[in-house]
Design a protein around this ligand. Structure first.
Ligand code: TYC
Length: 113
């Protein structure tokens, strides 16, 4: 005669040893880091050239561009935009290429926000 036993989860025989364990997984999606693009002052790049760059590559109107240019001129540096890593790299490259083509020493860099 066979004696009846209560069946527990651990008793269930499904051959793989661990399939009674359900691990709850939660996917945490991190926002990608952002990067500040910085424009640096120098003594040689013409003010109007910097204004043109801010209009062309950073989509500022003339008044905004002039204001930011003056901030860089007075303070030495200003943030001109905040972007994803790829976009920030592209902006820096565009500014540096354009300045080099016109033989101005203007410097543009990026840093993690
Ligand atoms: N200091 C420059 C001048 O007096 C103007 C200038 C402004 C240069 C901003 C660079 O990022 C800059 N002509």
């Amino acid at each position: 005669m066979t004696k009846q036993q209560p069946v527990t989860m651990a008793d269930r025989n499904d051959d793989d040893g661990d399939s009674n364990v359900v691990l709850e997984t939660r996917t945490r999606t991190k926002r990608p880091p952002l990067y500040k693009v910085l424009l640096l002052n120098d003594d040689y790049t013409p003010m109007e050239f910097v204004v043109l760059i801010l209009e062309q590559f950073f989509h500022m109107n003339h008044a905004q561009a002039f204001e930011i240019m003056l901030t860089v001129h007075k303070k030495g540096v200003a943030v001109v935009g905040v972007f994803s890593h790829e976009i920030a790299e592209t902006k820096v490259a565009q500014v540096m290429d354009f300045a080099r083509k016109h033989q101005h020493p203007l410097q543009c860099t990026m840093e993690k926000e």
